[in-house]
Design a protein around this ligand. Structure first.
Ligand code: HEM
Length: 390
């Protein structure tokens, strides 16, 4: 009976008396030991200390593992399969069957185990006055009464088919830029360049025939400044280039300061006060720019004589009319030297080669000297005026 009393007692070691140690093995006499070994108390238990320690360690490890995988909060559920985790299993089965509400509940229970245990702890403490600290599984009925905000989720999930009928979410607004951008991003994208034929790779291009080598013999002679491009004088387009038989304008006869700087078209930088507008103003000024009191008949010898050299005026004839080009020399956009090339002679050919679009009659209207007549005509009408010829 003493042994049975010891078994029924609580798990406590009251006293350990290490009385004898022999050859590394310990004789342990347990006095008033009540750890459930009936024979220990009446019969001194002899075991090796190492065996005891190993056994206790294994027991402790096993208990630790057990408690780790099954915390005290689940002990009640393990003992009563109709509660707690059984609901989880039930919910999982329902979710497999496609029940939307149950699937949400099951998901919540799976994702919120701590909340579940908290709830059941509270309900346990309120419904039962037992001082037992081990949490109990919550009965299914009270849990169902807990308001779980699953209606919105259930509505959305259960109405996937009617999603198009639902009003759009309040944000972003229906006409907002965010919604527009989202919709545009959801629109099918145009075919990407990847669907197009890829550009030829360098490797492919390397398979192509190499470009013909440019040898100097195949090259046409490029125009240079000494031999500029020329436009056909008989064509529809005017020849805006300098005349082919024209030498660089370097000489001006010394009468006026020369302007030697030219551009690609052969125009020169005119000296200040000699722009085309200045020439137009001078023509409208009423000054006598012809150098003669009245129109005269000009013979070829006279024209040749007035070549602008040696203080002589520069006359030039254009289609039978003789002009005193001396005042126009510093105003000529092509340079004074170019214009002097026609001095003392008929400049029509040169003029038309360079700028047939220029209206010389208007530009030199105040510079008219007279008309060209032959020497015979001049002698026959000697003493007569130009008006008499008309
Ligand atoms: C007396 C008559 C002449 C007048 C009224 C005259 C007038 C002009 C005018 C207004 C321009 C500017 C054209 C433009 O901007 O499009 C010009 C340019 C030029 N002129 Fe004369 N010119 C005359 C005679 C000559 C002659 C006889 C030559 C050559 C022998 C010549 C050679 C040039 C050259 C090379 C240019 C610059 C190139 C160009 O503008 O196309 N000009 N001339």
């Amino acid at each position: 009976m003493e042994d049975s009393a010891a078994v029924a007692a609580s798990f406590q070691l009251s006293e350990l008396d290490f009385s004898l140690i022999t050859e590394g093995r310990v004789n342990v006499r347990l006095c008033r030991c009540q750890i459930g070994w009936p024979s220990v108390h009446s019969h001194p238990f002899q075991a090796s200390l190492q065996d005891m320690l190993v056994a206790v360690s294994l027991l402790a490890i096993s208990l630790s593992i057990l408690i780790y995988h099954h915390p005290p909060s689940t002990w009640r559920a393990l003992l009563s399969p109709a509660e707690g985790p059984a609901r989880v299993i039930e919910a999982e089965q329902m979710s497999q069957n496609g029940g939307p509400v149950q699937s949400v509940s099951a998901r919540q229970e799976r994702t919120e185990p701590q909340a579940y245990t908290d709830r059941e702890t509270e309900e346990t403490s309120t419904s039962s006055s037992s001082p037992q600290t081990t949490p109990k599984a919550v009965p299914s009925a009270p849990l169902d009464s807990v308001a779980i905000p699953t209606f919105a989720l259930v509505a959305n999930e259960s109405s996937d088919e009617d999603e198009g009928d639902l009003p759009p979410p309040s944000f972003p607004a229906a006409n907002s830029a965010q919604r527009t951008s989202v919709q545009s991003s959801l629109m099918p994208s145009p075919p990407t360049p990847a669907s197009m034929a890829p550009p030829p790779s360098p490797a492919a291009s390397s398979l192509m025939a190499p470009p013909p080598r440019i040898v100097p013999s195949n090259l046409r002679a490029l125009p240079t400044f000494s031999e500029p491009l020329r436009m056909p004088t008989t064509g529809p387009l005017p020849n805006r280039g300098p005349a082919p038989n024209r030498a660089p304008s370097v000489s001006n006869g010394g009468l006026t300061p020369s302007v030697k700087t030219t551009n690609a078209r052969g125009k020169v930088l005119l000296s200040p006060g000699h722009s085309p507008l200045d020439w137009a103003s001078l023509q409208r000024s009423g000054k006598n720019l012809s150098g003669v009191p009245s129109l005269i008949r000009v013979t070829p010898s006279q024209l040749k004589y007035n070549n602008g050299r040696k203080e002589k005026p520069a006359w030039s004839s254009y289609q039978g009319k003789v002009y005193n080009i001396t005042p126009y020399l510093p105003f000529h956009p092509g340079g004074e030297g170019e214009l002097r090339r026609a001095a003392g002679k008929d400049g029509t050919k040169l003029f038309m080669e360079v700028h047939p679009w220029v209206n010389w009659e208007n530009m030199l209207g105040e510079c008219v000297v007279g008309v060209m007549v032959s020497e015979e005509q001049a002698q026959s009408i000697a003493g007569g005026s130009l008006e008499d010829m008309d």
